[in-house]
Design a protein around this ligand. Structure first.
Ligand SMILES: CC(C)(COP(=O)(O)OP(=O)(O)OC[C@H]1O[C@@H](n2cnc3c(N)ncnc32)[C@H](O)[C@@H]1OP(=O)(O)O)[C@@H](O)C(=O)NCCC(=O)NCCS
Length: 311
């Protein structure tokens, strides 16, 4: 058993998930029900997989496996109360042949409330027999825990990246948003520079494109992130990579047509909206722009092995 001094130190965990205690989760004394903590750890585990950029279901299907909970033990040190903002921490402590040991802790501020130890077993979903944890899956977890990137960004032409970019664009724009395939794939694709983000298992998780420069102005479009991984920074990563490519070729400004539902996403990255809302592909859009002359824009970012800057 891991000693409390190790589990009880926040800095021993990279992964953190914030969880507000709601009224339905406490007893008559407004103390969090003990079984509720298992649900908090489960909710945090979902976010943990998202932090690894692994769409859980798709990844397990690709690996032909499932993770089964063999052991889940909790130790209580102090109570939680209604409205507390809990900090649920998780880490992978060890990967054996087929077993993955997970440790967790719930903190309120710096105070340890509850710790947990779990053993997950990687197994065949048909007969539930343990199978070895595959090397690529193991590496994603180990890289994440070591603070290394779990996503790589590749830039290239349509010839090089169309299969991968299209796989995700069809999933997001055609199947999810109902845009016609004929409008989704257009003549600009073959002239554009494309960026595709891959997770540690080689799955496509995000994409976007940069049209040829016109009067030192870049146009970015078709930015899409795998649905189950949104909100984990992949959209920002793709946009920064595209902006860095534009800055490298001497563009001074980026323009784009943002779906109104994504306006805040671009605003958080410094884009400003201008003009009136208009319809494109039956969806409300707004024009937005970003100056590349501001100075902070990824020009000095270190390059990945493939030559494009880390977002
Ligand atoms: C829009 C999209 C690309 C954003 O990608 P993402 O990976 O989810 O974005 P990030 O995780 O990098 O988010 C960066 C910030 O923007 C916020 N954000 C992301 N999408 C948002 C949205 N639609 N509305 C408001 N805020 C949003 C995030 O919460 C995050 O905020 P924080 O820094 O305060 O935590 C993604 O939601 C997507 O693929 N949507 C469907 C396709 C689409 O509409 N593309 C845009 C066409 S113009």
């Amino acid at each position: 058993m891991t000693p409390k001094s190790v589990i009880g130190a926040k800095q021993n965990f990279r992964f953190s998930h914030k969880q507000r205690v709601r009224g339905a989760e406490v007893d008559a004394h407004r103390v969090v029900l003990n079984a509720q903590f298992q649900k908090y750890f489960d909710a945090a585990a979902t976010e943990y997989w998202r932090s690894l950029s692994l769409p859980y279901e798709q990844s397990m299907a690709q690996l032909g496996a499932e993770l089964y909970v063999k052991k889940f033990s909790l130790e209580y040190f102090a109570p939680g109360h209604c409205d507390d903002l809990l900090d649920v921490r998780l880490r992978c402590a060890r990967i054996g042949n087929s077993a993955i040991d997970v440790e967790g802790a719930v903190f309120l501020g710096d105070e340890l409330l509850v710790s947990c130890e779990q053993i997950l077993v990687f197994a065949n979903p048909v007969n539930q027999r343990p199978i070895p944890v595959p090397a690529d899956f193991r590496k994603v977890i180990e890289d994440f825990e070591a603070g290394l990137p779990v996503v790589s960004y590749r830039a290239g032409s349509w010839d090089e990246l169309s299969d991968d970019a299209l796989e995700l664009r069809i999933e997001v724009f055609v199947e999810e948003q109902g845009i016609a395939l004929e409008s989704e794939v257009d003549l600009h694709d073959s002239h554009a520079m494309h960026v595709v983000a891959y997770n540690g298992m080689g799955q496509v998780v995000a994409t976007g494109r940069l049209l040829p420069s016109e009067n030192d102005q870049a146009k970015i479009g078709r930015v899409a992130v795998k649905r189950s991984l949104r909100g984990t920074g992949l959209g920002t990563g793709v946009l920064r990579a595209l902006q860095a490519l534009a800055a490298q070729r001497g563009d001074t400004m980026v323009k784009l047509h943002a779906q109104c539902t994504s306006r805040s996403f671009y605003e958080k990255l410094g884009y400003l909206a201008y003009g009136n809302v208009f319809e494109e592909d039956d969806l409300a859009h707004i024009k937005m722009s970003l100056s590349l002359l501001g100075g902070d824009l990824s020009r000095q970012r270190p390059l990945q092995a493939n030559g494009i800057p880390w977002p």
